[in-house]
Design a protein around this ligand. Structure first.
Ligand code: ADP
Ligand code: MG
Length: 619
């Protein structure tokens, strides 16, 4: 007898489910994608127990006839592909025809559906348990599709054991709904968990409005707009100002042709764009939409379809990197003291505040959802009171969330003009140095008010950029040490040192292995001056060790530059002559991002004349 057998379909489906359905959020993802592919205008997700007990997704899309509904649960049955050629230019989110049979094989599933144009014909209800069809019957149904998935993994105990707590699973689902809601502002998304409405995002005109709706008004203030094009590839979206940092990547949303993706090419370009204005351990907030011809991207790289392959990775990488870098440089701005907020805030300069909330409904019809003009229909007070998105999500689920500020503000810039001219955050020639405060801060004035400059971080930014550019040009000035110093390494640092040594050497540290766990340092980069080189090296190693991401050469160089700049920079509590202060400011003005140190902290603070006059009761 032959030992090879074709697996029964029910087993094959269960195997496919292993790849597609990892947790409740994966079910939500597949069902939401189907609803979007069915061109729904509204979709409602209801869950119980973080989706472990019940997930229900209801849409008002095109629906299915009874025959189609039965077919939909067959392996590899899809309405979205016909020929092999179609595979090379996929425009729908689904195409594999695997999701429904897979989900049905590991749960108790009920489908109710009716095509939009079916008239008096009743809808269909299908029940499937663990992949076995139990019943098909007519049901009174309006239109669209509802799929309810109960007791996920009831027949796969090994998987069920790995499900996390209610809140964790709910968090994944909330993020997923947020993800799709962001890229489909024209569709209404609702998420309800055990009677609580966590998301209710009514249809709006643009992504900008959707962001406002989902994350509140404080959120957009700390983002800058990204846009760029390279050949047929377009990118647009929003990205953090340097000081807007998160401790996890949950606030990064990447889309390719409106499909949410996880992609190394995009992630690495984003990381690189922020390398000199944010610490390596921090994550910027990024919402990025890439659009490119369907045939330029292979979406059939993984069963879950979130991994993709670009035909031309280099172009995509360069485009994302350039677009974000350009936006960061162009939008560098000085935080201004805000009376109402009671703290320093960086404000968008060109379209500083949202217009007052209006009560009119969003316009219908043809609209460009990627229209990045400011929202005209901000969530109205009633909507907000009734169903403010995420207000109820348990803490921690969505990562840090910016508190929204109470009122719409009149910004000083609106009265006193924009503080920056042609993209420059400050003009040294218009500045007058008034003196030094506490031997640590330079106090200056310009036409817009008072400026306070942190001398240490200012110098750090100057040195960092010098170092980073000389590293690229491989012309690092070196300074020999009179007495070479030996450095003892802890056992876990030995391997790291070996990995880092070539880069350290290339950047001015002449280091020799000295047998076992010690090294001998003969020279340091000239810029490091007489800073304590033992501490400097220890810090570089510590920082690199703390990074859990892969250490590429860029990363190592960056750590060396950051640490060297920080050690070598003028300290606080150091008296400076007026000439030295002037030099610092002139040099600072020449840097790419004069407003933030390599860790994202501000270098300059501003008290605008408006705030000064306001505090003196003049306005
Ligand atoms: P795929 O999305 O890859 O085609 P699925 O297994 O997810 O495969 O779905 C199978 C088919 O069922 C789809 O091609 C579509 O025709 C139909 N279908 C699934 N969900 C819906 C829905 N919500 N509304 C209308 N049709 C649907
Ligand atoms: Mg699908």
């Amino acid at each position: 007898m032959s030992k090879i057998r074709v697996l029964p379909e029910i087993v094959a489906n269960k195997i496919a489910a292993g790849e597609i359905v990892e947790r409740p959020a994966s079910v939500v993802k597949e069902l939401l994608e189907n609803s979007i592919d069915a061109r729904c205008r509204a979709v409602r997700v209801t869950v119980v127990s973080g989706g472990k007990r019940l997930i229900s997704v209801q849409d008002d899309g095109e629906g299915m006839s009874q025959d189609d509904a039965i077919l939909a649960f067959e392996h590899h049955s899809t309405s979205k592909l016909q020929t092999a050629e179609d595979l090379s230019a996929i425009s729908t989110l689904g195409f594999r025809g695997e999701a429904l049979p897979s989900i049905a094989s590991v749960s108790r599933l009920t489908l109710r559906t009716k095509p939009a144009d079916a008239g008096l014909v009743p809808g269909s209800e299908i029940e499937i348990q663990g992949g076995v069809m139990r019943s098909v019957k007519p049901v009174s149904w309006d239109k669209g599709t509802e799929i309810t998935v109960r007791d996920l993994f009831f027949n796969v105990p090994a998987r069920r054991k790995f499900l996390r707590s209610h809140d964790t699973e709910l968090g994944h689902i909330a993020r997923l709904v947020t993800h799709y809601a962001l890229v489909h502002p024209e569709t209404r998304f609702t998420l309800e968990s055990e009677g609580r409405v966590l998301v209710d995002a009514v249809a709006v005109r643009s992504v900008r409005e959707r962001i406002y709706q989902l994350f509140g008004e404080g959120f957009l203030e700390n983002l800058i707009e990204i846009s760029g094009q390279s050949g047929p590839v377009k990118v647009h979206g929003f990205s953090s100002r340097p000081q807007e940092q998160r401790t996890n990547p949950y606030s990064q949303f990447f889309y390719v042709n409106r499909r949410m993706v996880r992609d190394k090419v995009i992630t690495s370009a984003v990381r690189k764009a922020y390398r000199n204005c944010m610490p390596a351990s921090a994550y910027p907030v990024v919402i990025l939409f890439l659009e490119l011809p369907f045939e330029e991207v292979d979406v059939n790289a993984h069963p879950a379809k979130t991994e993709i392959r670009f035909r031309d990775q280099t172009t995509v990488h360069a485009l994302v990197l350039d677009s974000i870098e350009r936006a960061l440089v162009q939008n560098a701005s000085i935080p201004s003291y805000q009376h109402q907020a009671g703290r320093f805030q960086t404000l968008p300069e060109n379209q500083p505040a949202f217009p007052p909330a209006r009560l009119d409904a969003p316009a219908e019809g043809n609209r460009d959802v990627f229209d990045f003009t400011p929202p005209s229909a901000a969530p109205n007070p009633f909507q907000r009171a009734l169903n403010y998105p995420f207000r109820e999500v348990p803490a921690g689920i969505l990562g840090q969330r910016e508190e929204s500020h109470a009122s719409l503000r009149v910004l000083p810039e609106m009265l006193y003009g924009s503080p920056s001219e042609a993209g420059r955050p400050f003009q040294p020639e218009a500045m007058r140095i008034l003196g030094q405060l506490q031997e640590s801060y330079i106090i200056a004035s310009d036409s817009q008010g008072l400026l306070i400059i942190d001398q240490h971080v200012a110098h750090e930014r100057i040195l960092y950029e010098k170092l980073a550019s000389s590293m690229q040009g491989s012309a690092v000035e070196v300074q020999g040490l009179l007495v070479p110093i030996s450095l003892e390494l802890a056992p876990h640092q030995v391997a790291l040192m070996e990995r880092v040594m070539p880069e350290l050497r290339r950047n001015g540290f002449e280091i020799e292995g000295f047998g076992g766990a010690s090294v001998l340092v003969r020279s340091v980069p000239a810029l490091a001056g007489d800073s304590d080189c033992r501490k400097l090296l220890a810090e570089i190693l510590d920082d690199l060790e703390a990074e859990d991401r892969t250490l590429d050469v860029e990363r190592i160089r960056d750590r060396i530059a950051v640490s060297t700049a920080c050690r070598a920079a003028i300290k606080i509590n150091t008296p400076l002559t007026p000439e030295k202060m002037q030099w610092l400011i002139d040099q600072l003005a020449l840097t790419r991002i004069p407003t933030n140190c390599p860790h994202g902290r501000p270098i300059i603070l501003r008290f605008s004349l408006y705030e000064i006059e306001r505090n003196f009761g003049r306005v």
